[in-house]
Design a protein around this ligand. Structure first.
Ligand code: G3P
Ligand code: CA
Length: 312
């Protein structure tokens, strides 16, 4: 069974509508634009983070269900939805004109046909292309011919799809040093799309990054948002991180039960124990191993495999 597939025309229209996001100066208040679209609420209750362990660790579909569909696309989150997964992990970057788009690599070569469409634009960095240019690219054919015409989604369009699917988002700010102001730009779109209201902030959104300063910035701009640090700071440094992150999300290899316990002994800025969500765990044995360490969640390209290995 396959998930719904976004048509090229619909996605292209989303890009045309995305417009240019003008970034305000660092330190200025977040734009207080009213929500432009109604927020889609879940019909069923969302599990709280503290409930997740009862059914096994929470499973995050990494870059969408990226083992089965082209990563960081609407098709990939639809696939996660079709498999029954309500949490997805995706990456955000900025275009040359400041539009947040969902993309993992800082270059366009691996997952799009940018070289073919723009042959004279080496090295094909995301930051060198406008949103309108990126909207022309095929982000699906590299994964399989059946995905031809799949587009790079704007964050705005992406959030709309998650809302329609009633899914939740672990959003990674990718390469923040490359994109000054990306935290503010990302939060502005989240706000405009209704993702910073109380229900979303409490249960449906986490913002993480490999950049500690980026996470600190998000926490300073929106202290109510749940945050995560990607990496494994020394246990002695975890108390300092607990001042601004709720999650420590390390690479799975090298993780130990002792490290998980050290994190769990601390409380994050929202008064709950620090969570630990390792990545990227794609096989059953590895999933059972980190589950045995007491992790709170597992970030995986193959969420069905991990769920089957760890449930109950
Ligand atoms: O969420 C963890 C994971 O996404 C970090 O690695 O390179 O896949 O973004 P990467
Ligand atoms: Ca990521």
């Amino acid at each position: 069974m396959y998930a719904r597939t976004a048509t090229a025309s619909v996605v292209a229209a989303a890009f045309i509508g995305a417009g240019v996001l003008l970034m305000s100066a660092p330190g200025a208040p977040l734009p207080d634009a009213p929500a432009t679209r109604p927020t889609v609420q879940r019909a069923d209750p969302v599990r709280h983070a503290d409930d997740a362990v009862a059914d096994g660790p929470r499973v995050y579909a990494h870059r969408g269900a990226s083992a089965y569909a082209p990563e960081n696309t609407l098709v990939a989150v639809d696939r996660a939805d079709a498999l029954g997964f309500d949490w997805v992990e995706n990456d955000v970057q900025l275009t040359r004109d400041g539009v947040p788009v969902v993309m993992h690599d800082t270059g366009l070569k691996r997952t799009t046909n940018a070289e073919e469409v723009f042959p004279d634009r080496a090295p094909w960095a995301v930051k060198d292309f406008t949103a309108a240019e990126i909207a022309r690219l095929d982000a699906g054919s590299w994964f399989g011919a059946r995905y031809a015409g799949t587009r790079v989604p704007t964050l705005r369009r992406f959030l709309e799809r998650l809302g329609r699917n009633r899914q939740n988002l672990l959003l990674e700010i990718k390469s923040p040093a490359t994109y000054p102001g990306i935290e503010r730009a990302t939060l502005a779109v989240l706000k405009e799309e209704g993702w910073l209201d109380r229900a979303h902030v409490r249960d449906r959104l986490v913002i993480q990054s490999f950049g500690a300063d980026s996470v600190r910035t998000v926490h300073a701009l929106r202290p109510d948002v749940v945050t995560g640090f990607l990496g494994a700071p020394a246990a002695a440094k975890l108390p300092a991180y607990a001042a601004f992150v709720d999650q420590i999300n390390p690479r799975a290899s090298g993780l130990s039960g002792g490290y998980v316990a050290a994190a769990h002994a601390l409380k994050g800025p929202h008064g709950k124990k620090l969570q630990v969500n390792p990545w990227v765990v794609d096989d059953a044995a590895s999933a059972r191993k980190v589950d045995g360490m007491g992790v709170d969640g597992i970030i995986t390209d193959a969420p069905d495999v991990v769920r089957a290995a760890t449930k109950g």
